[in-house]
Design a protein around this ligand. Structure first.
Ligand SMILES: [Zn+2]
Length: 114
């Protein structure tokens, strides 16, 4: 199965857009709620839990956004679809599932089992 580059690029741009908006929304929410990096989050009760959850979502979105941005950069320099670790082609099905995947399946699983 050939890699549908155009389709994946569109998906990456859409993902980048979604994540950027999500992060902007999260950041304004966190600002309103006044999240600090408190050493005693329990003092705030439920609110601290919400804040921790928002922060976790934010960190996750930031990490994904970075992967998406990196993937778009690989389109620019013509290395998209190649594993950043071993240089092998990443499986097309894997890219369709995760268009911003930087690693092939074997490198990814090696990383996860380390
Ligand atoms: Zn690899």
């Amino acid at each position: 199965m050939p890699i549908p580059y155009d389709q994946l690029k569109q998906a990456l741009f859409a993902e980048q857009d979604t994540l950027t908006k999500e992060l902007a929304k999260l950041q304004s929410t966190i600002k309103e709620e006044g999240v600090g990096y408190s050493t005693h989050p329990a003092d705030d009760g439920t609110n601290a839990f919400d804040q921790a959850r928002d922060l976790a979502v934010q960190v996750n979105a930031e990490q994904t956004l970075k992967l998406v941005t990196d993937a778009l950069a690989r389109f620019e320099n013509g290395t998209y679809g190649l594993c950043v670790n071993c240089g092998q082609e990443i499986d097309a099905a894997r890219l369709e599932a995760i268009p911003y995947a930087p690693l092939c399946l074997s490198c990814q699983s090696r990383l996860e089992h380390r």
